[in-house]
Design a protein around this ligand. Structure first.
Ligand SMILES: Cc1ncc(C[n+]2csc(CCOP(=O)(O)OP(=O)(O)O)c2C)c(N)n1
Ligand SMILES: [Mg+2]
Length: 337
């Protein structure tokens, strides 16, 4: 069973180096992602969104903790489960919903759907449905930063199956050879589709294998946003200093089915008990409780925040639904002949 055994406690607020408003903002970012995906769960069965959708419910702390340690001009890349990465890097909710509805105002002009989110204006350079597909591209971004003497890093998010792709090792070794400022964020949620980690990889933590490749390698409780932030800060600083690649394994859990909006424990590849244990360790709820316990916010402020996010989502949805569909002429003009 893949249980939340690797729990880390929240550091004292002062040790984070973040102001009170920044600490609250991290909660807001996670809540925004959760509410956007809850809305997708609600509306998806109407079959108006035509693309397959892989939700990150339960995994929000990774994207938010990592993004808080990035600069806007740093590049980020994602894979098939990219909503949280896009939103946390600063991608607009309106652009996401319009993309899911195949509209021309979508962040990929309605041609990409859920697995190909992009927000160049905030450094989310691309997402790919090919497992591990953006791992070498991030190394390429990092090489460009180095050759142009720019002070930025490139981050690639991928799942635990990402390290099963040969291209991960090629890219990592190349990045180590050239001391490239690339940071690999491995969201280990214990499964690839319905296949548990233990059936796919040799025993022992993923980081033990990556450590042999060099660079900065660490694992963190991926449901604890502050621990993710602090660990990402270290990893990003290492890469930005030109010391080579960094790898951060974030242990977390996907609540819903691999693709789609339902629970799936009835399939038998994981148990309801396992899911319930992770749901009790919800990254959004545990952080909310921590903020309240430390008197960094109060119930009234949180209620207002929830209402504001709800409004933002409703406005984005209304705009997405009423906008024009993707334009085939633009699609044709965007192809390389
Ligand atoms: C190269 C390649 N092989 C197989 C697939 C089919 N596929 C899509 S997602 C996925 C599992 C990915 O698991 P993981 O990397 O752990 O990410 P998670 O879905 O758990 O977030 C697979 C096998 C694919 N998209 N690309
Ligand atoms: Mg996985």
């Amino acid at each position: 069973m893949f249980l939340p055994r690797f729990k880390q406690s929240f550091p004292p607020p002062k040790r984070t180096g973040l102001t009170c408003s920044h600490l609250v903002k991290l909660y807001r970012e996670m809540l925004r992602i959760r509410k956007v995906e809850d809305k997708i769960v609600e509306l998806y069965p109407r079959q108006e969104m035509k693309c397959p959708t892989h939700l990150s419910i339960g995994q929000e702390a990774v994207a938010v903790g990592v993004s808080a340690a990035l600069k806007q001009k740093d590049h980020a890349y994602s894979g098939h489960r990219c909503h949280a990465h896009y939103l946390a890097k600063g991608g607009a909710v309106a652009g996401l919903f319009a993309e899911l509805y195949g509209k021309s105002s979508g962040c990929a002009r309605g041609f990409g759907g859920s697995m190909h989110l992009v927000a160049l204006e905030v450094g989310l350079v691309g997402s790919s449905a090919i497992v591990g597909g953006t791992i070498p591209i991030a190394a390429g971004s990092a090489l460009a930063f180095k050759m142009r003497k720019l002070p930025y890093v490139a981050v690639a998010y991928f799942g635990d199956a990402g390290v099963e792709q040969g291209v991960f090792y090629e890219s990592y070794l190349f990045a180590a050879l050239k001391s490239l400022p690339v940071v690999y964020i491995c969201e280990n949620n214990g499964y690839a589709t319905q296949s548990p980690l233990a059936n796919r990889q040799p025993p022992g933590p993923i980081i033990n294998r990556v450590k042999r490749l060099g660079g900065h390698v660490a694992a963190v409780d991926g449901n604890n946003v502050l621990c993710v932030y602090l660990a990402a800060k270290k990893a990003i600083a290492y890469a930005r200093q030109g010391r080579g690649p960094a790898f951060l394994e974030c242990r977390t859990y996907r609540w819903l089915e691999h693709v789609g909006t339902n629970f799936d424990y009835h399939l038998g590849y994981r148990t309801k008990n396992e899911l319930e244990q992770w749901m009790k360790y919800c990254p959004v709820a545990v952080y909310k409780n921590w903020l309240l316990k430390n008197k960094l916010t109060d119930e009234t402020a949180l209620k207002n925040m929830e209402a504001e996010i709800g409004q933002e989502i409703n406005d984005a949805l209304a705009a997405a639904k009423s906008g024009p569909p993707a334009d085939p002429a633009v699609m044709a003009a965007s192809l390389y002949a």
